[in-house]
Design a protein around this ligand. Structure first.
Ligand SMILES: Cc1cc2nc3c(=O)[nH]c(=O)nc-3n(C[C@H](O)[C@H](O)[C@H](O)COP(=O)(O)OP(=O)(O)OC[C@H]3O[C@@H](n4cnc5c(N)ncnc54)[C@H](O)[C@@H]3O)c2cc1C
Length: 637
């Protein structure tokens, strides 16, 4: 089957404008007759739900937190990119487009990425008008800083709380619609299945997490904005609740899962400190603007950092990548850190850490200058480690952070299932094999505020209104399936906790499908995952009842999905025997140990189709063509 990405014809820079003109509109008076479901109220979901409701559609919005305000987007620290070129340092839409394509190691769609770069500027205007308190310069203009993979300063930020401030903007727009009753909000409600009728997406089945009530919701279209699956790895920088369930349930109903093995490991996280942890903490990439990364030159150097003179330090990023230095992209900086630690030059307990040193920045800017830029991140570091980063360098190490894979979508952000749209981190669309920093917020908001509202209206205008209600037998069947699955978890009454299975799976994935991967390790993981899964269904212990608040039951469902999804992720990693972006195959590297792509054989999006339980997923390929950029080895030297 060939996948049609529905990319408009015409010159790259004109595609989106042309497409918007060609898309059909829904008469304003008819909009209120259409109903939408938006699952997720992070930046992507909240911006989509608010905008669709503002346009006049009736929207139901769901999230599992007690308020949309607590979506995981709140955690984003460093910033959001846009090609405004305020600092006059040479930025442009073309340059943001090029940096993003190159950053993604030439594994993303040109048309999507160009549109993202174009829309980036509208996002800043929209958010500034909403009152998002972006940092400003003395003269009052919005300030910019740089992020990895770019030689210009294009990142807008609100100290280390950019996600929180952007979310407050989107949340406020959403609340306005809730007040106007155009959005019906369902907090503490988890989507557990997708309902298809005659090949069209018609609704979802949910569980109220406080009462356990399972119910159905029908709509003309369903939008999944449910975030990423980084928590498949157990330890990650994601909020503990982040999961793959919504997109994985949709996958099981026929939606294709694209590039599941493209995961991002972030180089600047607080190192693992023991097996008591269930999550890791990110130190924003923005810190690498002023912090310098180094390790001792000598293996096992026991001296404290302030006792190690300059001559005995290896500023390895500056040494290996003189042009980009400490702002080398995340995949490159992560592998470089792993390499020096593998050589025995890592610092801190277990030798799995490198220094991020602000001594020079403090001399240059003063403690107050550094505090003004990064104060809350420094406080956070001190609270977690008990060490004062103004006195001693931070210790950092790579950790699982973001997922570029997700449900396959076309240029309209629609999956291969008619009527099912996927936005934000939940889709696969714009970052290719590696995401540059400050680009996820940009993509989520572009999808929700500026793309989906256009493309969705076109589909609605063409398809007309849904007549199907939740009385349809497909809804009843899906509800029954959900109830049976919940009952199954409770009836096993085994001996192991849900968490222990999650940790075992996560460790296996991290060790064999993490920062670097090889065929033998991937085969080992592929053999082991079904065994863990079989034991889970035989020996998991889920206490409590279905009809009550039961967080272990919630987790059991999410871990059961991770246990199936993990196998798909490894299968994808095994078949892609090239290295690209965050996917580093040890068999495919240059003499200098850099990732070696294989454009002749792998210049495609890998979209996997569920073939039935117990059967291997089927691979479909969307070929990637590059007209505006020349495929080149990705060098940051
Ligand atoms: C620590 C950290 C820092 C980051 N910093 C930056 C940064 O500086 N710049 C940047 O660009 N990116 C950053 N990122 C990435 C960025 O924050 C995320 O990619 C982005 O916020 C994801 O937004 P989203 O709306 O797609 O999903 P989320 O914000 O994860 O929202 C998901 C929503 O879906 C709901 N949901 C999920 N499953 C279900 C279900 N089954 N049923 C009902 N509801 C469900 C949740 O309740 C939630 O409302 C960072 C990420 C982390 C982890």
């Amino acid at each position: 089957m060939s996948l049609n990405a529905n990319i408009p014809s015409g010159p790259l820079a004109e595609k989106w404008d042309k497409h918007k003109f060609d898309l059909k509109l829904v008469n304003p008076a008819n909009k209120r007759r259409f109903s939408m479901i938006v699952v997720g109220s992070g930046l992507a979901g909240a911006s989509a739900a608010a905008t669709l409701a503002e346009l006049g559609y009736g929207v139901k919005c769901f999230c599992f937190q007690d308020s949309p305000r607590r979506a995981h987007s709140i955690a984003a620290q460093g910033g959001i990119n846009a090609a405004k070129n305020y600092p006059n340092d040479g930025d442009s839409i073309q340059r943001l487009f090029y940096d993003t394509i190159k950053g993604g190691d030439f594994r993303s769609r040109e048309a999507n990425v160009y549109r993202l770069a174009q829309i980036s500027n509208q996002i800043i205007d929209q958010c500034a008008a909403q009152g998002v308190p972006f940092a400003r310069e003395y003269g009052g203009l919005l300030e910019n800083r740089s992020f990895g993979g770019a030689l210009v300063s294009r990142t807008f930020y609100a100290r280390g709380q950019t996600g929180q401030q952007l979310l407050l903007g989107a949340y406020q727009a959403l609340e306005r619609q809730i007040g106007l009753k155009t959005v019906q909000m369902f907090p503490r409600t988890e989507m557990l299945d997708l309902v298809m009728v005659d090949g069209q997406t018609r609704g979802i089945v949910t569980r109220n997490l406080l009462t356990g009530r399972v119910e159905s919701h029908a709509a003309d279209a369903v939008v999944l904005a449910t975030g990423g699956y980084g928590n498949a790895f157990y330890l990650s920088t994601n909020a503990i609740g982040c999961n793959a369930t919504a997109i994985f349930r949709a996958y099981k109903k026929g939606a294709f899962f694209a590039n599941p093995c493209y995961t991002q490991i972030h180089p600047t996280c607080i190192p693992v400190s023991g097996d008591h942890q269930s999550k890791l903490t990110l130190m924003s990439e923005s810190l690498r603007n002023d912090g310098r990364v180094w390790v001792p030159k000598r293996k096992g150097d026991p001296r404290s950092p302030d006792q190690i003179p300059e001559a005995d330090r290896d500023y390895y990023l500056e040494r290996k990548y003189p042009t980009y230095g400490n702002l080398a992209p995340r995949d490159i900086a992560s592998r470089a850190a792993k390499q020096v630690c593998d050589e025995g030059r890592g610092v801190g307990p277990g030798g799995r850490g490198v220094y991020l040193d602000f001594t020079e920045a403090i001399e240059r800017l003063g403690k107050s200058g550094v505090c003004e830029r990064y104060g809350n991140l420094f406080d956070m570091y001190q609270r977690i480690t008990g060490e004062d980063p103004y006195q001693f360098p931070m210790r950092i190490y790579p950790a699982m952070h973001y997922t570029m894979g997700g449900l396959w979508v076309d240029y309209n952000l629609m999956s291969n299932l008619p009527g099912l749209y996927v936005i934000g981190e939940a889709n696969f669309s714009d970052h290719g094999a590696n995401r540059l920093g400050a680009s996820a917020l940009m993509q989520g908001l572009a999808d929700g505020y500026f793309i989906l509202p256009y493309t969705l209206s076109d589909a609605l205008a063409r398809a007309g209104q849904t007549k199907i209600t939740t009385d349809h037998p497909e809804f009843k069947k899906a509800e029954k399936d959900v109830q049976n699955r919940l009952q199954k978890f409770l009836s096993i009454k085994g001996k192991r906790t849900v968490k222990s299975f999650h940790r075992e799976l996560g460790t296996l994935l991290w060790e064999n499908c993490g920062m670097s991967r090889n065929a033998a390790g991937l085969r080992k993981a592929l053999a082991r995952i079904p065994e863990i899964r079989a034991e889970f269904w035989r020996n998991v212990n889920v206490l409590g009842e279905k009809e009550e608040l039961n967080q272990t039951l919630e987790k059991a469902g999410r871990v059961a999905d991770f246990l199936e999804f993990g196998e798909l992720l490894v299968q994808d990693a095994l078949h892609r025997s090239e290295s690209c972006g965050g996917h580093f195959r040890e068999e495919s590297q240059t003499d200098e140990g850099e990732a070696k792509r294989d454009d002749a054989n792998f210049s495609y999006v890998a979209a996997w189709e569920h073939a039935g339980d117990g059967k291997p997923a089927v691979l479909h390929k969307e070929p990637l063509t590059f007209d505006a950029v020349q495929l080149a080895a990705r060098s940051y030297k």
